[in-house]
Design a protein around this ligand. Structure first.
Ligand code: NAD
Ligand code: MG
Length: 394
């Protein structure tokens, strides 16, 4: 019986994790589930999995969650303290599926306890890769990638000598606007950006897919997770989203991982690792699919990719600054303050400004410094957004 905890249980990744776990009640015991505003959903999941503890990150929703779980035997907590309580409960495996930098602290706590960390929360790896990976090493804990591309790479590397890896290729669907004329992108709305051609995901990552900020984050994730030099990581636009990643070896072999666009594969691989168990995902019929397409991404259409390369070259706290500025720019786009194309400009200006200040080169191995850079970058991004707005008015 494996004891599992799910952070962000009510989100897209969380729901898929709950789905897999609920199918095998004899194999998994739910320790803690966390969620946000959707109290009814969290309570329903906690009852279904007979969890020990349910936590909402919103302190003011404690009473509502308590009422929703009355008579269930599930303990209830809320707010920052409740989240810490969930992270501290002993578990064998923890899914980190909160969206945003808020996922960093719970993941770190899990690793410090030697818990296997299934990492969907890419923001924590982008902002604090060295801190997370060294916490894992120091405590003999495993980090298992749950992003589909990184799970694909991880699987292609099983039994291989890491020194024989020559390059890594991750694919991108191209997002909602792949075929839009460049000019039209300036007027794209958050609703339009939040529709993905192939994957059903949370709102934020779907918009990040349209702008390729998601792929930019994933480039950095590859570097942090696999220790690959930035020059050896490539992106290919692949509209079908069936090949998730490829690993190229020094003998020229290219190992590709294919699967339907269903996150239950990557989640299930991490859940069952090092074994493979049957998963309820569709099987590919390649004869029916017939054709797979690949093109190089257009740097003018996707400036986020160059920003990621800049961040990878800089190292240090640039990842924390990049992630925070991106989160802030995304909030501004969703809130209607800036246009779709201005998000990259805000992130670039934030990095430019911070390059002129001290701290950006400091190593990303200290939580307080990472969180301080996160806060500073949000302030600088806010200033860049205000400037954009003034320009629009003037
Ligand atoms: P989502 O928006 O659907 O769900 C996010 C979850 O986190 C919810 O349970 C929400 O209540 C909780 N949450 C949000 N903000 C929080 C905060 N400040 N504190 C505590 N909890 C908070 O997101 P998602 O699409 O499931 O993505 C989760 C993470 O996984 C993201 O980092 C995303 O980039 C990554 N990811 C998602 C997919 C996918 O298919 N959805 C694929 C790869 C990676
Ligand atoms: Mg991905």
């Amino acid at each position: 019986m494996r004891r599992v905890t799910i952070f962000g249980a009510t989100g897209s990744i969380g729901e898929n994790t709950v789905d897999l776990i609920s199918r095998r009640p004899a194999d998994f015991h739910a320790v803690a589930l966390t969620g946000g505003h959707n109290i009814a959903r969290l309570a329903e999941q906690a009852r279904r999995l007979n969890a020990e503890l349910a936590v909402t990150c919103h302190a003011e929703l404690y009473t509502e969650l308590k009422a929703a779980l009355s008579g269930s035997g599930v303990a209830v907590a809320a707010g920052t303290q409740g989240m810490a309580e969930a992270a501290a409960r002993p578990a064998d495996w923890m899914m980190s599926a909160i969206v945003g930098a808020a996922g960093l602290q719970p993941g770190l706590t899990a690793l410090e306890q030697g818990t296997t960390l299934a990492l969907a929360n890419k923001e924590s790896l982008v902002a604090a890769g060295p801190l997370l990976m060294s916490a894992a090493a120091a405590n003999g804990a495993r980090v298992l990638p749950v992003d589909s591309e990184h799970s694909a790479i991880f699987q292609a590397l099983v039994g291989e000598d890491p020194a024989a890896v020559e390059r890594i290729v991750i694919t991108a669907s191209g997002g909602a606007f792949r075929d839009w004329p460049l000019k039209a992108l300036a007027l794209a709305t958050p609703e339009q950006a939040a529709t993905h051609p192939n994957w059903a995901m949370g709102q934020r990552i779907t918009i990040d897919s349209a702008s390729m900020f998601n792929k930019a984050m994933e480039l950095i994730e590859v570097k942090e997770f696999f220790g690959i030099s930035p020059d050896s990581i490539e992106v290919l636009v692949h509209p079908e989203s069936l090949v998730h990643a490829m690993v190229g070896f020094r003998d020229g072999a290219l190992m590709a991982h294919l699967g339907p666009p269903d996150m239950r594969h990557a989640i299930g691989y991490a859940l069952n690792w090092p074994e493979r168990a049957e998963l309820p995902v569709a099987r590919l019929d390649l004869a029916k699919i017939g054709r797979l397409n690949f093109t190089a991404p257009d740097p003018a259409r996707y400036p986020a990719l160059d920003l990621a390369r800049r961040v990878m070259r800089s190292g240090g706290l640039a990842g924390a600054a990049f992630n925070a500025a991106k989160e802030h720019a995304l909030d501004a786009f969703i809130g209607g303050r800036i246009g779709f194309l201005q998000m990259a400009g805000v992130v670039e200006r934030t990095l430019d400004t911070l390059s002129g200040e001290s701290g950006l080169e400091d190593a990303a191995n200290d939580l307080d410094k990472i969180l301080a850079m996160d806060r500073l970058a949000r302030v600088r991004a806010g200033e860049a957004i205000t400037k954009q707005e003034e320009r629009k008015l003037g």
